[in-house]
Design a protein around this ligand. Structure first.
Ligand SMILES: [Zn+2]
Ligand SMILES: [Zn+2]
Ligand SMILES: [Zn+2]
Ligand SMILES: [Zn+2]
Ligand SMILES: [Zn+2]
Ligand SMILES: [Zn+2]
Length: 271
């Protein structure tokens, strides 16, 4: 067996030397797995093998041609290694029909295309407990799993715990909704307190004679005066002020409208 064999495959080929050299990858020396061929030279490798290869070298492992090309993406050049998947039926069929032997359970004459099915039921394959997410640390072969499950408290508790988890998620959703409502109400209260303005309720127009109003900008020839909005704490020009108390504070238009998006509510507030 070659040392380059992907560690994920726990099988070996029957009659490895009898397999056509044309079906073997020059990198791992094994029959192709998901073969791809480089567009620049047509040489074929396992997809995973060539991807790993290009991390270290920019050239074709067989003919040493420079295999990188550059494409423009979002105005910068990005490296690509163009290759295409080999989907030719005669090739993929030959690969699919190669016979392998499971190194774990010794079952033999498994067609390679059925390897994943075998893996899922191989008695000697190492599996973890289905309750591993509940911190059951058990690990063992599939054939010993059912004996473990009979004694695993985590596994037996799993349905009940999952139900609680679901309930918890629901509670968290409700909690977030409540939090949002509370924040909204807090904002509304803060707005109304500012609006009431220690008894000097703000209005859209002057409540006293305009001449005595500190928001009267008749002498502001260059329109430079700014007034502090009680809600957003920003300095805004007179024409941006929606509510004011002549000798007191003010609230800017955007604060009023963001609090009362409904125009009827604003009219009510202003009346
Ligand atoms: Zn390979
Ligand atoms: Zn090549
Ligand atoms: Zn097996
Ligand atoms: Zn367990
Ligand atoms: Zn005023
Ligand atoms: Zn404001």
């Amino acid at each position: 067996m070659s040392d380059n064999r992907p560690t994920t495959s726990d099988y070996e080929y029957l009659d490895e030397n009898g397999i056509d050299i044309e079906l073997k990858c020059a990198i791992c020396r094994q029959p192709f797995l998901s073969p791809v061929s480089l567009t620049i030279c047509g040489h074929t490798f396992c997809k995973q093998c060539i991807k790993t290869w290009f991390i270290r070298a920019p050239t074709c492992p067989t003919c040493r041609q420079y295999a990188i090309s550059y494409v423009k993406r979002d105005n910068r050049l990005v490296q690509t290694f163009p290759y295409v998947a080999i989907n030719i039926r005669v090739v993929t069929n030959q690969l699919d029909r190669l016979l392998v032997r499971c190194l774990l359970c010794d079952e033999t004459n498994i067609q390679r295309c059925h390897w994943q099915i075998h893996q899922k039921r191989c008695a000697k394959r190492r599996v973890i407990c289905p309750a591993a997410d509940l911190k059951c640390l058990w690990e063992g072969t599939r054939e010993t799993l059912s004996a473990h499950l009979n004694t695993c408290t985590y596994y037996q508790m799993q349905p009940a715990i999952n139900e609680l988890k679901n309930e918890l998620t629901t509670v968290q959703v409700i909690q977030n909704e409540l939090k949002n409502s509370v924040t909204m109400l807090e904002k509304k209260v803060e707005f109304l307190l500012k609006f009431i303005n220690h008894g000097q309720i703000m209005m859209a127009s002057c409540s006293e004679s305009e001449n005595d109003c500190r928001y009267n900008t008749i002498n502001d020839l260059h329109h430079v005066w700014r007034f502090l909005c009680s809600i957003c704490n920003e300095y805004v020009p007179r024409d941006q002020i929606q509510l004011h108390a002549c000798s007191g504070n003010c609230i800017c238009r955007s604060c009023v409208y963001s609090q009362y998006s409904d125009h009827r509510q604003i009219n009510e507030l202003l009346s």
